[in-house]
Design a protein around this ligand. Sequence first.
Ligand SMILES: *[C@@H]1O[C@H](CO)[C@@H](O)[C@H](O)[C@H]1NC(C)=O
Ligand SMILES: *[C@@H]1O[C@H](CO)[C@@H](O)[C@H](O)[C@H]1NC(C)=O
Length: 315
Amino acid sequence: MAIVAVLLVSMAFIIMMSPLALSRNSHRPDEVRLMFESWMVEHGKSYDIKEKETRFQIFQSNVQFIDDENHPENSHSYTLGLNRFTNLTNEEFQKIYLSPKHSEVLPAGNASIRYPASVDWRSEGAVTSVKNQEKCGSCWAFMAVGAVEGINKIVTDNLVSLSAQELIDCDNENNGCKGGQIWKAFNFIKNNGGIDTDDDYPYKAEKKECDVDKGIYQEKCKSNLKYVDHSALVVGYGEDNGMKYWILKNTWGTDWGENGYMRIKRGSRRKYGMCGILRFSPVWPIKKEATSLNTDNENSLQIKMMNSGGESSAT
Ligand SMILES: *[C@@H]1O[C@H](CO)[C@@H](O)[C@H](O)[C@H]1NC(C)=O
Ligand SMILES: *[C@@H]1O[C@H](CO)[C@@H](O)[C@H](O)[C@H]1NC(C)=O
């Protein structure tokens, strides 16, 4: 299971299929008012008069962006719609949900291997349900546990949801809710001899004391290194009407994208792929033996034999 750092900027947060994604040109101002009122009801949000006007302006400019993008002349392969982030500016969204920019470029992977035409680990039962990272820059932790969940299922046939919170609290090489690197998270799990289950060490969306007792988007995306600020787990790939895509499991809840997932263009001519998806060499965990659950704490999953794959494991 390959993992990549993925860039999602420039309004990526409003990507989702929605009945409100209309095919005609754009909404009239009075329609946008009504949309904003029903958006507030749907998302249980109320504002005082002044803030409401500010939020309306932002909402309006997001709706304008959506309408422009969805214009039939663009013949895009995707449709944008409203979601729970439509009240935020791009800058606000980046600040809350994306990580500080990555600084490290890892060496390229092995191109001489022949791969099957398509893969979807979800249909193999190797992908847990979509999580919601909430207001915590923890995509790295979810991505790391997502990969370990996958390899664990492949080797042991058990699909167990693992604790991103343990990484946030206990992996001091990473920065909790302020971002982190996947290969460091793998090293943590390896050195720790495994990682706790999600049930036993549940998600809190903020950094807490380490509890050791517990055991096909293709536009508007920059692939320049300095813009890469998000990571997501690749759970498969495929092709639809000649359009090749990667399947990403995101951590912005199930109402985002395609039930929490997103397909992003594969085989882009850009040097680093669509949205910089190929900017970092993929990292993945390896597990060679089906180790049993820890006898001291049966909620803890032992991954003793795990090494991180790829060049990044050398560090
Ligand atoms: C934006 O809306 C969400 C609900 O979707 C709410 O939780 C959040 O507080 C709002 N943010 C602002 C700045 O209005
Ligand atoms: C690339 O993969 C091939 C086939 O599995 C293998 O023989 C080769 O050693 C690999 N090269 C590197 C640099 O890992």
